[in-house]
Design a protein around this ligand. Structure first.
Ligand SMILES: Cc1ncc(COP(=O)(O)O)c(C=O)c1O
Ligand SMILES: [Zn+2]
Length: 402
């Protein structure tokens, strides 16, 4: 039996298996880190990410047949971007290289391993994009009956990208924020295990990104980690991953985490700047960054607590800044990520411009959470120069471009 804990209440005596919230205070719950006599080790010789880091995961065994090859994504040095900022060690952790092109696969992989081990047959998720596709794909792989609840009006691209895996797609007309909690209540009644954005097993999967960054930097922690922030599940998973490494004595310095929201939907940044312990839910959203536009982030208060405890930072960037950063990552480094993911570079630029990040010796990691190919529609207004030439004039036309 896994043990659970809440950041506010400590270890929990019991939990509702259909809810990711603490029964005492309503904040998210986490898997308590287990102890291993002799310490935990990273099994670098093993093949799958889940196998390499199995000592840190709440899984008794790992069924390789359920894997789609998640994780083990590249950490790429961004030389041009770094040079422009006067920073020698800027890196991108490219999560777009996961099986369904986003970081969500790491969390889904762990949650589905657990579900299958427990004999669960029906799983579900509430998502407008990446988590829908990821859950549908892993559900298909495991042969589970998979329910994907989407908001009425979700783009046809998102519907198709999830729908191809054959889940039961349900477009729900109504308040999307309320749907998160309603799905859990209905899941309990109907026996559907919803693995939404802050599911405790999902967050365990996100720890693996921290372990990989640690290995890729030569068994060291970076100076900063930049993560786009919506529900808060991803950021908290990463932070708990580095906390695991610290607990095992593998790192001496804990990285500074920077969580980034879109200016048009930044409830957590507002609370952080105002010094509040709890955020005020928003009603109005004005941003193109749908994947990180959550007016009522379910792990929001836990994020505020963890970021403060660890001297991290929350900040907001504008749509223009993220779109410019998206283009810069593509044109200067060959990395096409979602605008939501490019908020990380926009934030690094802000901190560098403010002189808050300057020394040349630290390593700064941008977590690029998803592929730009998922949201091509957002590029419709982006300028693309096309040179038109007749076939007979091709040579001269190309020579003119030198
Ligand atoms: C591309 C992308 N980046 C970041 C996030 C935010 O992750 P979280 O909700 O775990 O904070 C999401 C969530 O859907 C996403 O799709
Ligand atoms: Zn609690």
């Amino acid at each position: 039996m896994d043990r659970f804990e809440c950041l506010a209440c400590g270890p929990l005596a019991s939990r509702d298996p259909y809810s990711p919230f603490c029964t005492g205070c309503g904040e998210p719950l986490f898997i308590a880190p287990g102890v291993r006599s002799g310490g935990k080790v990273i099994h670098e010789d093993r093949t799958l990410a889940l196998e390499k880091f199995s000592d840190f995961l709440p899984l008794d065994s790992i069924d390789p047949r359920l894997s789609l090859g998640e994780g083990l994504t590249p950490l790429l040095r961004l030389e041009r971007v770094g040079t422009a900022l006067g920073l020698a060690g800027v890196y991108a952790k490219n999560e777009a290289q996961n099986p369904t092109a986003s970081f969500k696969d790491r969390g889904t992989a762990v949650a589905v391993q657990k579900a299958v081990a427990l004999g669960i047959r029906r799983i579900g998720t509430v998502s407008t994009g990446n988590m829908a596709a990821s859950t549908a794909a892993y559900g298909a792989r495991a042969g589970l009956d998979t329910f994907v609840l989407l908001k009425e009006g979700t783009s046809m691209t998102s519907l198709r990208v999830a729908g191809i895996y054959g889940p039961r797609l349900v477009a729900v007309d109504g308040d999307y924020g309320a749907l998160f909690r309603t799905s859990l209540e209905i899941g309990k009644k109907l026996g559907i295990t919803f693995m939404n954005s802050i599911d405790p097993y999902r967050m365990e999967g996100y720890k693996l990104t921290a372990f990989e960054i640690f290995l890729q930097l030569g068994r060291r922690a970076p100076r900063t980690v930049f993560v786009p922030l919506s529900s808060g599940g991803h950021l908290l998973g990463l932070m708990r991953g580095f906390a695991d490494l610290e607990r095992e004595g593998m790192i001496s310095a804990y990285p500074t985490f920077v969580g980034i929201q879109a200016q048009g939907c930044a409830p957590l940044v507002r609370a952080f700047d105002a010094g509040l312990e709890k955020y005020e839910p928003l009603t109005d959203i004005r941003t193109i960054a749908h994947a990180i536009a959550n007016p009522t982030p379910p792990a929001g208060n836990a994020v505020l607590r963890m970021i403060r405890e660890r001297d991290g930072l929350l900040l907001a960037v504008s749509d223009r800044e993220m779109l410019d950063a998206q283009r810069e990552l593509a044109a200067a480094e060959g990395l096409f990520c979602q605008p939501e993911s490019a908020t990380t570079l926009a934030a690094l630029k802000k901190l560098a411009a403010a002189g808050l990040i300057k020394e040349r010796d630290g390593k700064d990691v941008l977590v690029l959470t998803g592929s730009g190919l998922k949201t091509p529609g957002l590029l419709e207004s982006a300028p693309i120069e096309i040179h038109r030439v007749p076939l007979e004039g091709l040579e001269a036309g190309l020579a003119r471009l030198f």
